[in-house]
Write a protein that binds this ligand. Structure first.
Ligand SMILES: Nc1ncnc2c1ncn2[C@@H]1O[C@H](COP(=O)(O)OP(=O)(O)OP(=O)(O)O)[C@@H](O)[C@H]1O
Ligand SMILES: [Mg+2]
Length: 325
């Protein structure tokens, strides 16, 4: 008869049999208790693992959320950048054509005015004033053609080692400053791989902007030059003008943004364009009432120097020699 049979306890047991049965039962119960304890332990372990996983899941969710937010921001920034580039490129094409078409008639006007001035029989204060007005108008148009319209074009820059002091000398010769403005160039010098003509345009634009911001008030424009690191030259153009209001500062590099009645809003986008082509940057820092500083960062090394740094220059020279035969 088995232990589970319903008639099991109807059988009479001897004391020995009963104690054996009891010992077996106790052993079985102990084993079951051990098993239950083991199960409990495993369950507890699993619960804590689950809790840990839930925590990790929460953390991962948080990281993913941040990643998604960053990606959204990056996409927005890139889209804006792309739109700006497209806008600049469309304006650039048009501007290049206008600059090309304006250049010839403008030089005819310039030369004719010079001739008329020379041939003029009499000059009283009224005519002197009129000639000066005409000169200013021609100067403005030339600035638009040479410094703004023509330099939005998308061609490549030709980088050569140039002394910044030489570029500054050309800038000095090119800008006509009113008496109320004093321009201070740095005493030190640096040689930077750049397109001197294009860089000159950047400085002329920044100096003209500062002069226009100063309006008729007297003020200073300070230019500084330093090595920010082994790889970057930092040039700053600081004026003591009225500064740029906070709400406008993010717009000043947008093509066609201007606060001036006769501005085209192409000066700073052109500067930014030129700097990008140099692998450099242009930034602004300004507070209302405390002047404006433009910060220009230019790489001190060319792509060629960087190749040397990563040890590929010799290989490339060998390759070019072998190809050119
Ligand atoms: N140094 C400065 N101080 C104050 N505001 C400035 C300064 N430089 C630029 N700005 C602001 O940025 C705007 C855009 O400058 P940007 O040179 O692009 O165009 P613009 O000077 O208005 O016209 P242009 O195409 O003739 O240069 C200016 O209209 C002016 O509001
Ligand atoms: Mg300008």
């Amino acid at each position: 008869m088995s232990d589970n049979s319903p008639n099991f306890f109807m059988k009479e047991f001897s004391n020995d049999e009963l104690s054996k049965l009891l010992i077996n039962k106790v052993a079985q119960l102990k084993a079951e208790k051990m098993y239950t304890l083991e199960l409990n332990k495993k369950l507890e372990e699993n619960v804590s693992k689950l809790e840990e996983t839930a925590c990790q899941l929460e953390e991962t969710q948080e990281v993913l959320k941040n990643e998604r937010d960053n990606l959204k921001k990056e996409v927005k920034r890139k889209t804006e950048e792309l739109l700006k580039k497209e806008k600049l490129s469309a304006i650039g094409e048009l501007a290049e054509r206008i600059a090309h078409d304006m250049r010839n008639p403008l030089s005819v006007i310039k030369n004719t005015v010079e001739l008329l001035k020379r041939n003029a029989k009499s000059s009283n204060s009224k005519t002197t004033k009129q000639w000066a007005g005409l000169d200013r108008a021609i100067y403005r148009m030339s600035h638009q053609v040479d410094d703004v319209l023509d330099f939005v074009k998308l061609g490549h820059v030709t980088k050569k080692p140039n002394k910044i002091s030489v570029i500054f000398q050309d800038v000095k010769a090119r800008v006509v400053l009113p008496g109320n403005v004093k321009l201070h160039f740095p005493k030190n010098d640096l040689t930077v791989p750049c397109d001197a003509d294009r860089l000159e345009v950047v400085f002329v634009n920044l100096i003209l902007n500062a002069t226009q911001a100063l309006d008729k008030k007297s003020g200073n424009i300070y230019i500084s030059l330093s090595e920010e690191s082994n790889e970057v030259a930092l040039i700053t153009v600081r004026d003591t003008g009225p500064g740029i209001p906070k709400k406008l500062i993010s717009k000043i590099f947008d093509p066609l943004f201007t606060t001036r009645q006769i501005g085209t809003g192409m000066g700073l986008p052109s500067c930014e364009n030129i700097m990008e082509k140099h692998g450099g940057t242009i930034d602004v820092s300004s507070t209302r009432g405390n002047g404006t500083t433009f910060l220009i960062r230019l790489p001190l090394k060319t792509e060629w120097d960087n190749l040397e740094q990563i040890g590929n220059k010799e290989k490339l020279t060998d390759y070019i020699t072998s190809v050119s035969g």
